[in-house]
Design a protein around this ligand. Structure first.
Ligand code: NMX
Ligand code: MLT
Length: 433
């Protein structure tokens, strides 16, 4: 059903795009400044991504729905609780909010597809336990690539018109299997390799929490919220853009997703979630207090800046306001753990950091992003191994980047290959040479 629905939507949009390009293909939609090609292409519109759109002021909208709306409208595991991430995947894929029954069917399909062959675990096990969890995770995904339907069918001479279907199959298999690989990384690195068997009756995120070893109902709710808010952030962020770029060479979804997650593992992107909590723990250690005052935080931030480092969890390349994903986590904290000292420290940092960054005069967005809050909520439930946090981000990000990849292949997107120039060429344009 989901596959047919997706195909029908893709055919419809594909026709509309053909018409738009026929009538308006030569329409000029902007201009490029020289500074943009030297400065990370900020603000340059260069990609199509159907699953979500980021507004500098209002934050992310998934198929036009804000985070607040998703928390109200998407089906939930329990009344009044957090939305089911499978429901968001459904929404990103076909543009419709599913019914609870449709989500339950999808959860059951994912359970059925979730088998990970033993050789994948053996490959991860061959790595030393000191290996960073993101490296272990990506090695697991790369080992699993041998299962790719797309790669097998391409080798057997698949027609262009079937690329979307093979991508769709790999996407469902990957989303089903990724939590198992991620849970194994955690259990292998931190819990002496004691694997916990899946609970076939649970939803995707609830079962992931269970396989990690956290059966507290509130933690499962946190995982559902976490998996929803980290899923997608339009197409230009490093992990989404990389997955799209690598996929454009017809590298299969396993290769493309693994490439994207290597980008997520950078400290300016997804690794910032571990950096935030590490930074707070170092501050607590140095100041010898669990609850630093605003004045102490201010001095610590100034020290961080004086050492030539960034304040992790603050700033954004597109957002110019507090990230609504930060607010959603703050609301979760106020509901479930209003007196937690670490969570309160995160809130005190939120009051203290923005004016300091603003006073530097160069930081375009002094407000917190999603990573400023996530670690403190995890620590509250006992998940203190902060090097693991980016793996959680990666599990969630699969929902967005893989549904986007389905759209890329269904719309017949070509290989991505922009033009680069040398500074000598730039000087020639400017008649400086
Ligand atoms: N602390 C200190 N300086 C900062 C910060 C910050 N949090 N954010 C930006 N700046 C500096 C930046 O390093 C640059 O300095 P310089 O000119 O000396 O190189 C200057 O301000 C201008 O940068 P922006 O244009 O404001 O930011 P840009 O778009 O280049 O980068 C980030 C965006 C997110 C990479 C940047 O704000 C940052 O490094 N933040 C801290 C790391 C972080 O939280 N990353 C997570 C992003 C969300 N995610 O999950 O991916
Ligand atoms: C993300 O969720 O990908 C980050 O906020 C980074 C970005 O959007 O550039």
């Amino acid at each position: 059903m989901l596959k047919q629905k997706f195909k029908a939507q893709a055919d419809k949009l594909g026709e509309e795009i053909k018409q738009i390009l026929k009538e308006h293909g030569d329409t000029v939609i902007g201009e490029i400044k020289l500074s943009q090609i030297y400065q990370g292409m900020r603000g340059m519109i260069a990609l199509i991504s159907e699953t979500s759109l980021l507004d500098a002021q209002d934050g992310i909208r998934f198929r036009r729905h804000t985070i607040d709306e998703l928390r109200q409208k998407l089906p939930k595991a329990k009344e009044g609780g957090e939305p089911l991430p499978e429901a968001l995947f459904y929404l990103m894929l076909v543009g419709e909010i599913p019914t609870k029954e449709e989500v339950d069917t999808l959860s059951a399909i994912l359970q059925r597809r979730s088998h990970v062959p033993m050789y994948v675990y053996e490959t991860m096990k061959a790595l030393p336990t000191e290996t960073h969890p993101m490296t272990m995770f990506v090695v697991g995904i790369m080992a699993l690539q041998a299962e790719s339907v797309f790669a097998k069918r391409y080798a057997a001479g698949m027609s262009k018109k079937d690329y979307w279907e093979a991508t769709f199959e790999d996407t469902l298999d990957l989303i089903a299997r990724i939590p198992h690989i991620a849970a194994y990384v955690y259990r292998r690195k931190y819990k002496e390799g004691k694997i916990l068997h899946p609970d076939g009756l649970l939803d995707w995120a609830g079962n992931f929490a269970h396989m990690l070893g956290y059966d507290d109902e509130e933690f499962k709710e946190l995982m559902r919220l976490y998996m929803v808010i980290h899923a997608d952030h339009e197409g230009g962020n490093v992990s989404a853009h990389t997955t799209h770029l690598v996929g454009s060479a017809l590298s299969d979804p396993y290769l493309s997703y693994a490439a994207g997650m290597n980008g997520l593992a950078g400290p300016l992107h997804g690794l910032a979630n571990q950096e935030v909590i590490k930074w707070i723990f170092e501050m607590q250690r140095e100041l010898k207090t669990e609850s630093p005052t605003s004045e102490q935080i201010k001095q610590y931030v100034e020290k961080t800046l004086a050492e030539g480092k960034v304040v992790p969890g603050y700033g954004h390349a597109v957002l110019r306001k507090t990230d609504p994903r930060f607010i959603a986590q703050m609301e979760f904290g106020k509901k479930h753990m209003p007196d937690d000292p670490l969570v309160n420290t995160v809130w005190r940092i939120y009051e203290t950091v923005p004016p300091i960054l603003q006073s530097l005069g160069k930081v375009k967005n002094p407000w917190p992003n999603v990573d400023a809050h996530s670690g403190a909520l995890l620590v509250h439930y006992g998940l203190v191994e902060y090097e693991y946090y980016t793996v959680l981000f990666a599990v969630s990000r699969a929902l967005g980047v893989l549904s986007s990849l389905c759209w890329d292949r269904a719309l017949g997107m070509p290989i991505e290959r922009p033009k680069s120039v040398t500074t000598a060429a730039v000087k020639r344009w400017l008649n400086k040479e």
